[in-house]
Structures are given as structure tokens and as C-alpha cells.
Design a protein around this ligand. Structure first.
Ligand code: G1P
Length: 298
């Protein structure tokens, strides 16, 4: 049976302390990669995958996100008056139909699992996607679209995006224990969130794209604390494996940037800048100059 996934949860309640002081007054999801906020990349990816219902799990201080997806009549009017139709079109692409986007609050920062659980009443009894906006993925076919297609083929269970990481970095991720490796699909026999250094079951890490069954939400109801004292999504998915339900790792085609870290954000800025026709030449020239100067100084 082909299952369509129509709902996606965006946990956007995090404080973004790694980007202070910028995040003192703007949500980290509003930080700009080239000329679009991170959240726009996540929404575009979800739309490409056929998502129609967007659920934001927010917190205090995140109202800029709500404004961003709302119509901006004054701005649109001003652009219309001066005939800036291209900008107007671009702006319209950020508007959400009334009712397409729902906001629920996570009133205490208890972890990613808890954030996703906060959306339970809006999800109902169907598989749903989760997108972590920190993980920006450049890909010909957007990552979640690849996953939705693969999910339709296998016809159910839970699926997480996965990527090989350097063994020394594994303890920063959720890590998969591999049962059967079939290339792009991996049957998973266990998952560990932030394994202690040297104890990771593999170097195949979970990246922030998930397709989950509502049962995972039930598992989260127990509010079991995991790594770092937080309620972890990884643990709730791992419980499904124990119950005999399939969990798949999906090696996506594309390049992932960790925009939750400063170095990753800078790398993404360069890569996305180079990929833009209007910026490519100037940026490339600049990078060449910088590298040459660095080399000369060494
Ligand atoms: C979260 C998840 C982790 C996953 C990671 C991917 O961790 O808990 O399993 O590997 O995202 O970016 P965080 O980066 O929020 O600590």
C-alpha cells in the first residue's frame, strides 16, 4: 500500500544558545542562509515531499516565525505600487494558507522527544514527518522527498535519515546499530542517542529527517529521560524495534550541513552562495583570493 505522508512537525522551540548573542532576540530558525531564513529551507523541502500540514512546536520568543509565514499586506502593497513584481512573487512564496500551519507550545525544554510529543493531538493516527531545521541538506531531489518515496516502497514502519560520520564525532548524534545493510536502506536493530566516546554501535548517524508512526508518540508519553537527562526521540523510536516494528535508516543522496554549529553554518553559506548563479562568480573570486593570501602568509 502506498502511504502518503501529509503532516510534518518542526521542533523550533530551542533556545539557540550556540548563536548568542544573535539569538537573544531572533529565533535561530530565522537566521539567514544567503537570503532566506533556515526555516524556509525546511518548509520548501517539506512542500516538495508533499507535506500539506505544517506543525511548529514553538516556545516563548519565537513569534518572529509566525510573522514570517503570515501575509504582509503593507509590504506587499508597497512593492506592488512600485512595480517590483519579482520581489512580490518571492514574498508570496513565504505565505502560508490559513490553517496550513499550526503552532503548539512546548512550555518546558525537556528534549526533542518531548517537543515532538507536544504535537500529538494534531497528528492523529497516521505516519508523520519530523524535520530538524538545523540540518540543511543540499540535494537534487530534496531529502524528505527521497524518504517519502522510499517509505511508500517499503510500506510502513519508521524511517530516519542516516549518514556516515567520523567515528570521533559519533557521540554528537543518534547512532544506528545495523541489522542488515542494503545500501540506501538499512534495517536497524538498535539506536543510541549520544553514545559515550568509543561505544557507538556504528558510525551511521541519524540526521534530522524522520518518518514516524504515531506509536512513537505513545512511547513518548512515558516521559522516560535519556541522554543528557532529556526525553529523546531516538529512545522512543528504538522502543519500536524492541516491539518488533521495522525501523529503517535511509542513506539520502545529498550534502548535509550542520547549521546548528557556527562552522557548519559558515560552510553552508559558502556552498549555497556558490550554488547561486547571481553570486557564484564574485564569491568564487573572493574565496580564491582569501586562500591565496592565507597560503602566502603560511
Ligand atoms: C538531534 C537528535 C540526534 C540526531 C541529530 C542530528 O540531536 O537527537 O539523534 O543525530 O539531531 O542533527 P541534537 O543535534 O539536537 O543534539
Amino acid at each position: 500500500m502506498k502511504r502518503r505522508v501529509t503532516k510534518a512537525v518542526f521542533p523550533v522551540a530551542g533556545l539557540g544558545t550556540r548563536f548568542l548573542p544573535a539569538t537573544k532576540s531572533i529565533p535561530k530558525e530565522m537566521m539567514t542562509l544567503v537570503d532566506r531564513p533556515l526555516i524556509q529551507y525546511a518548509i520548501d523541502e517539506a512542500r516538495a515531499a508533499g507535506i500539506t500540514d505544517f506543525i511548529f512546536v514553538t516556545a516563548r520568543g519565537k513569534s518572529a516565525l509566525e510573522d514570517y509565514f503570515d501575509h504582509a499586506p503593507e509590504l506587499e502593497g508597497a512593492l506592488r505600487r512600485v512595480g517590483k513584481t519579482e520581489l512580490l512573487e518571492m514574498l508570496r512564496a513565504t505565505n502560508m494558507d490559513s490553517g496550513a500551519i499550526a503552532y503548539v507550545r512546548q512550555n518546558r525544554p525537556l528534549g526533542l522527544g518531548h517537543a515532538v510529543w507536544c504535537a500529538r493531538r494534531l497528528i492523529g493516527n497516521e505516519p508523520f514527518a519530523v524535520i530538524l531545521t538545523d540540518d540543511v541538506i543540499a540535494a537534487e531531489t530534496p531529502c524528505l522527498e527521497q524518504m517519502v518515496d522510499a517509505y511508500a516502497e517499503i510500506g510502513g514502519g519508521n524511517m530516519v535519515a542516516a549518514m556516515e560520520v567520523a567515528p570521533a564525532r559519533a557521540s554528537a548524534y543518534g547512532v544506528l546499530a545495523i541489522d542488515k545493510d542494503m545500501g540506501s536502506l538499512v534495517a536497524v536493530r538498535g539506536m543510541v542517542e549520544k553514545p559515550a566516546p568509543g561505544t557507538a554501535p556504528s558510525n551511521l548517524a541519524v540526521i534530522g529527517r524522520y518518518i514516524l508512526t504515531p506509536r512513537v508518540l505513545n512511547n513518548l508519553t512515558r516521559m522516560k529521560q535519556g541522554a543528557g537527562g532529556e526525553i529523546q526521540l531516538t529512545d522512543a523510536i528504538a522502543e519500536e524495534i524492541e516491539r518488533g516494528e521495522p525501523v529503517w535508516g535511509f542513506r539520502f543522496r545529498g550534502q548535509r550541513f550542520d547549521c546548528g554549529s557556527k562552522a557548519g553554518f559558515l560552510q553552508a553559506t559558502v556552498a549555497f552562495g556558490l550554488a547561486r548563479e547571481d553570486l557564484h562568480d564574485e564569491l568564487r573570486r573572493y574565496l580564491h583570493t582569501v586562500v591565496a593570501l592565507q597560503k602566502a602568509a603560511e
